[in-house]
Design a protein around this ligand. Structure first.
Ligand code: C2E
Ligand code: MG
Ligand code: MG
Ligand code: MG
Length: 283
């Protein structure tokens, strides 16, 4: 059916689009219920120093323990979440939960660093640096215990306060990482203008390295470029020893991937990757 907007334009109401809008609203209601019922949880994936295999920290990754559909990955709900009003409060919960967890794990691993993914909504709120500083203070964490990951999407969200907030976060002393580096259209240009201290090479490059000489060249080039800019490098998506060795041989400092550990609930992470203090004593 066609409907005139009164400005000479004609809007087509497609039944499928309407159904989509209805589905989106239902999903929105379900996300609110999930938030109220505390169904969002954080999983943790180890980050490893490639030179010696030491676990240096973890990346916190959100999951939804859906009462009917089971454990849902971010791909199943994050786009809907980020389109709605819950993006900022859930993002703040991620920061606080991850900081509390980091404080606990730093008791047995003093240099443990927790990495957290941010979304554009958290910057749109306007006082992210203040909130991060409060979270650190509340848990007695030094700034280097926290790493914040930003993506090109956040930067392209085009908020006038973004750069200022990033600079304040840098001044706080937290580590700022450019996540999924190389997948966007503007990575190189953005790298010049934003105060990040680390890049995370997207798993798309890492995973094609073994079979594609071109991807090998790109990865080595990214590592060298990052180092010349004074940045450290984390490679994502390392699934086998050969990839880890190749990356390490080319100077990539850290890695993350199924070869070292999948994202797991906090209790399992602690069991697998955090030495208990009495273990340390008896060692
Ligand atoms: P990301 O930040 O790039 O996180 C890495 C993703 O790669 C994770 O997917 C992780 O499980 C997966 N991964 C890690 N190692 C391997 C590997 O060896 N092989 C393969 N195939 N995959 C690997 P996940 O957990 O599904 O998260 C997807 C994305 O959702 C994240 O990508 C991040 O952009 C976003 N995300 C996750 N948690 C949060 C959060 O708390 N806040 C925000 N804003 N975004 C989040
Ligand atoms: Mg990430
Ligand atoms: Mg990534
Ligand atoms: Mg990402």
């Amino acid at each position: 059916h066609a409907h005139s907007t009164g400005r000479g334009a004609t809007v087509l109401y497609m039944p499928s689009l309407r159904a989509e809008a209805v589905a989106r609203r239902m999903y929105d209601a379900e996300l609110h219920r999930a938030w109220e019922r505390k169904e969002f949880v954080l999983f943790y994936q180890p980050q490893v120093r490639l030179a010696d295999g030491t676990v240096t920290g973890a990346e916190a990754l959100i999951r939804w323990r859906h009462p009917v559909r089971g454990l849902l990955p971010p791909a199943a709900f994050l786009p809907a979440l980020e389109a709605g009003v819950l993006a900022a409060p859930v993002g703040q919960w991620v920061i606080e939960t991850a900081c509390a967890q980091a404080a606990l794990w730093r008791k047995s691993q003093p240099n443990f660093r927790m990495s957290v993914n941010l979304s554009a909504a958290q910057f749109r709120e306007g006082d992210l640096p203040g909130k991060v500083a409060s979270a650190l203070a509340a848990h007695g964490l030094p700034p280097e215990a926290l790493e914040l990951e930003i993506t090109e999407n956040i930067i392209l969200d085009q908020q006038d306060t973004l750069l200022g907030q990033l600079e304040q976060l840098r001044a706080l002393g937290v580590v700022l990482s450019f996540d999924d580096f190389g997948t966007g259209f503007a990575s190189l240009n953005l790298l010049r203008n934003f105060p990040v201290t680390q890049i995370k090479i997207d798993k798309g490059f890492t995973q094609l390295m073994q079979t594609s000489p071109k991807d090998q060249v790109i990865v080595v080039g990214l590592i060298n470029m990052a180092h010349q800019l004074g940045l450290t490098v984390v490679a994502e998506g390392i699934e086998n020893r050969a990839d880890a060795e190749f990356l390490s041989a080319h100077g990539c400092e850290k890695g993350q991937g199924y070869a070292f550990g999948k994202p797991v609930p906090a209790a399992l992470f602690a069991e697998c990757f955090c030495p208990r203090r009495d273990d340390l004593r008896s060692a």
